[in-house]
Ligand binder design. Structure first.
Ligand SMILES: Nc1nc2c(ncn2[C@@H]2O[C@H](COP(=O)(O)OP(=O)(O)OP(=O)(O)O)[C@@H](O)[C@H]2O)c(=O)[nH]1
Ligand SMILES: [Mg+2]
Length: 201
């Protein structure tokens, strides 16, 4: 849950990048880390195996500057996508203000995307979150791969985007769609915060 401190005029929001294994969640954070000026970001922490699979989570704190008079910080996390790390996913998801679902555009990964979305829904419900109003955007990553391997944006929307959420094509290695996605979720989270004032302290 976002923390709003009226005394120090600070807001801190938590965004979680969720999705199946190897969809490109860590790559999103790495790209953001590489492009944001040093003064605007903290150290990126990655807890990964030797083969680069996320073992626990990645963490990247960002400073968005002053928005409506409040110093606004976003904390970006990734979950480990591999199916058997669900206990860790639940922990990382706890208290999230918004989720970026990073799907893998490859046709052969469609079932994995669906399974991960269902897992996300179950975990949010388990934490008492109203999934109908919870801030979320989708990113269809790896759109740079050859056309015969991937599904189009429209096909992926049809298969995965039941809520009619904003969705973005992505290439997290070269950066296409990465900041558009971050902006999309940031807008939703800040809008919701303005409506509910949730977590005000
Ligand atoms: N072609 C292509 N490869 C990508 C893209 N994004 C990530 N990859 C590659 O896909 C692999 C997995 O990327 P990660 O960012 O580690 O995936 P992840 O979602 O964090 O995976 P887990 O931590 O296991 O859940 C790596 O080899 C990346 O280089 C993309 O947009 N296009
Ligand atoms: Mg990862």
């Amino acid at each position: 849950m976002s923390l709003v401190n009226f005394t120090t005029r600070e807001i801190t929001c938590k965004i979680v990048y969720y999705g199946p294994g190897r969809s490109g969640k860590t790559s999103n954070l790495q790209y953001i880390y590489g492009r944001v000026p040093e003064a605007r970001r903290g150290r990126m922490v990655s807890l990964a195996t030797q083969t680069d699979r996320t073992l626990f989570f990645d963490f990247l704190p960002l400073d968005l500057g002053v928005i409506s008079g409040f110093t606004t910080r976003f904390q970006l996390y990734t979950v480990p996508g591999q199916v058997y790390y669900n206990a860790t996913r639940k922990l990382v998801l706890q208290g999230a203000d918004g989720v970026v679902f990073v799907g893998d555009s490859q046709a052969r990964r469609l079932d994995d995307n669906i399974e991960s979305l269902q897992n996300l829904q179950a975990n949010l419900l388990g934490q008492g979150v109203d999934v109908r109003t919870f801030p979320m955007v989708l990113q269809y990553n790896k759109q740079d791969l050859p056309a015969d391997l991937i599904l189009s944006h429209a096909d992926l929307d049809e298969a995965l985007n039941f809520r009619g959420l904003r969705s973005f094509p992505g290439d997290a290695l070269r950066g296409a769609g990465v900041f558009e996605t971050l902006k999309g979720i940031s807008e939703l989270v800040l809008k919701r915060l303005a409506q509910t004032g949730s977590g005000a302290a």
